[in-house]
Structures are given as C-alpha cells and as structure tokens.
Design a protein around this ligand. Sequence first.
Ligand code: BGP
Length: 456
Amino acid sequence: MDKFLWGGATASYQCEGAWDEDGKVESMWDRYLHDENLENGDVASDHYHRFEEDIRMMKEGGQNSYRFSLSWPRIIRNREGDVNEKGIAFYKKLLATCHEYGIEPFVTLYHWDLPQYWEDTGGWLDHGVCDAFAHFAKVCFDNFGDQVTYWTTFNEPKWFVVNGYFIGNYPPCLHDVQKTMIAAYNVMYASALGVKVFREGGYKGEIGVVHSYTPIDGVDDTIETQIAMRNADNYSNNWVLDTAVLGEFPIDLITRLSKDYDISFIKAEELRIIKKFTVDYIGLNYYARALVKPYTTGETQLIFNHTGKKGESKILIKNWFEQVKDPNSEFTQWDTEIYPKGLQDGLLKAYKKYNVPIYVTENGVGVREDVSVDQVNDDYRISFMNDHINALMNARDMGADIRGYYAWSSFDLYSWKNGHEKRYGLVAVDFKNGLVRKPKASYYWFKDVITSKGEI
Ligand code: BGP
C-alpha cells in the first residue's frame, strides 16, 4: 500500500497572485472581482514568487504531500488553445521543487478560475467549454505527466455551479434552475472527458474528482423527513459523486427536474462517455454536514454568509428541504457547524456506496486572527483538526479505504468573496506586512500528529 498522504491544500487563484504576469490571461474571477471592486487575489499570498519558501515549510512541517491547482488561464492563452510556455515553465518548476523536498504533488486541473475568454460566451453554459477543458487537461498531462501521479479533474463541481448559477453569490451570479442544470451537466461531462483523455493517453497515476461533501442527517425518522433527506442528498452530493464514480446521474433527480425543466441538453452519446470514463478515487472536502427537514409552505430562500456575522445563512428550497441548525452544536462566525462525527459517518457512507479509495482533500476552520504576533496560538484549529483526524481514523479502522488528509489551507490565502481575513492556514501570511510567513501553533501540532501516526 502506498504511503498515507499528509499535507495542506491551496488553489491557484487563492494563493498565486501574479494575476497578469508572464502571459497569464484574465480569469472569470479576475474580471468579476475587478468589476465589482471587491477584494481580489491579484497578489493573494504571492505563492507565484514564494512557492519555494512555502514548499520548504511544508517539508519542515513533516508533510509529505501538497494539493494545489493549475491555473487554466496561465496555461492556455486563448480559445484556440495556444499554450503559454511561461505558464508551463512555472508549474514545472513548482513540481520539481515539490520533488526536491520529497513532497508528493496532488494536482487539480480546475479550481474555479475559468479563463474569461470562455466566460465571455457563457462559461459553463457554453458546451464548447467541455472540449476546451479536455484540451487543457491533455496539455497538462503531456507536460507534467512525468512529475504527477495524483490528478483531479474538478474541485467541487457542486460548490461553484450551485453558487454561480443558483444561489448567485459567485460569478456569473445567476439564480436560474435551468441554467444550473446545464452548467452542472457540462461540468460533469467535461470531467468525464478529462478522464477519457487520461485513460486513452496511457498516462501513469490516478485520476479522480474532488467533491464538497455534505453528509445529510434528518431531524427525525418520518417518511417526510426521509424524502427531504433524499432531496438534500441529490442537491448536495449525488449529482456529482454518482455521476463521477458510478457513471450515472441520479435518475429520480432527473425525473423530477424533467417535469418542470427542459432536459433536451442531455445527449445519449455523452451519457455513454460519462458511463465509461469514471474516476479512480474520490476526494472529499469536509467542512460540515447538513441537518434537514421538509420544507413545503414558504418560498425558496438562499443566503450565503460572506460577512462573518453569525446567523446570516439560509438554505430553504421549496418542496425540497430546509437546512436547520442543531441547537447542541457550535458554529463558526461564518455559520459553519463544527461537527466531526459527520466526517466519520460520511466517510463510512461514501465508502460503502462507492467502494473506491477516498482522500480527505480539504478540512479546516476559517477564523479572523491577529497575525502580527510572533506566533498565532490557534488552539481552536488544533482542536478542530484533532477531532476531525480522529473521526477519519475511526472510519479507517472501521474499514473505509482512506488514503490521505489535507488541511485547508497550507498557508493563509484569499477566501472567495470573503477576502483575506477569513483565515484557514497552518502558516500565517501577514498580508499587511510584506506577506511575511510565520507558522501557527497548529503547524507544529500537525507535524507531531504526522510523526506519531507515521506512514499508517
Ligand atoms: C472550499 C473550496 C476552497 C476554499 C474552502 C473554504 O469549498 O474548495 O477553495 O475556499 O472551501 O471556503 P471559504 O474560503 O469560502 O471559507
């Protein structure tokens, strides 16, 4: 058995900065945040220039892996698919540095920074983007295939599709069920195309998908609640995981949607590709579960907390489900429930259903922190990670094939729409003071955990 992967995760837009350097073109997030005059990732953690220091700190922190994403607009210059050689050179250098320090790269192709030249014609609503993604994937496999063993097609299809097209808090900021369905379909088809290119090219290694996993619990065991739970599971999990692993969209979900919406965009020949090219593993990002109950009387209300003022979030979908708060649970300033047991239950459930290796590809807690001190004493993060790592180990002891754990995030970085003050890092980045890096207490604690558990 390969070694257990221990590390941290990041994403290109959230940490690299250098937003227009060395031939990188605009991404949809560059355009959106600039146009809206919101805090952006133009500089972020400046990982583009400081990756050597960041990777060295990973090594010194006992980690053996680093999960990060490649920026499509840094690698492909235009709709014709021309390659930016400077972008390729950057990632080759980054990957070589990982290997120099004995850090196994775990590489995501798409972590939300779609090139603006695709967003201009509808982004994930434009079916042409699927083949463009396959081309981008091939360029990456061809150029980095000898440096990478672990590939991920997409980070969290559910999160960027639902937030972008249904809730409307991420670009392109739509509230449109029909468009949400089309974007979701195109993303899952593009993911299968990525797997197809990988298999047909005979590249070495494994390819998977990373999902924002929300295990579902119900408030009681009535049949109405069980229906609400199934609805919530279809909304949150099944359309990504069933499709990527089993090769099928959940048929009850499609049947239900087909009553009110047009599903003629689903093509038989594309369903055959989805069925044939399934993933080797799943990456599960776990922040919290959802506790749900039926919701039949009021209107749909979707409110996402981007301010860090407790109590703002709402997910109520008419005739589907309502997400409620467990009065016995603790919640973060951003309304995320702290519920480690959900990770244990969720891993066991996912392994039983899908029977493929699982990596916990993100887990962490976002808080405001004063990073001007010599060392941030983030005991809340230590306790959060400790409880979640124990939950992972329990699931593993109970038979689930779990092969890695990644803290979100390796170091402080930009948080989508929240700016830089919602911090998750094991290493503090002082954004107001020269981007100086300082390990937090959790970094040293994590090192001890890795050393004591070893290559389990
Ligand atoms: C996941 C994303 C990450 C990261 C994390 C924390 O959904 O994959 O990119 O941002 O969540 O979320 P946030 O920054 O919104 O608090």
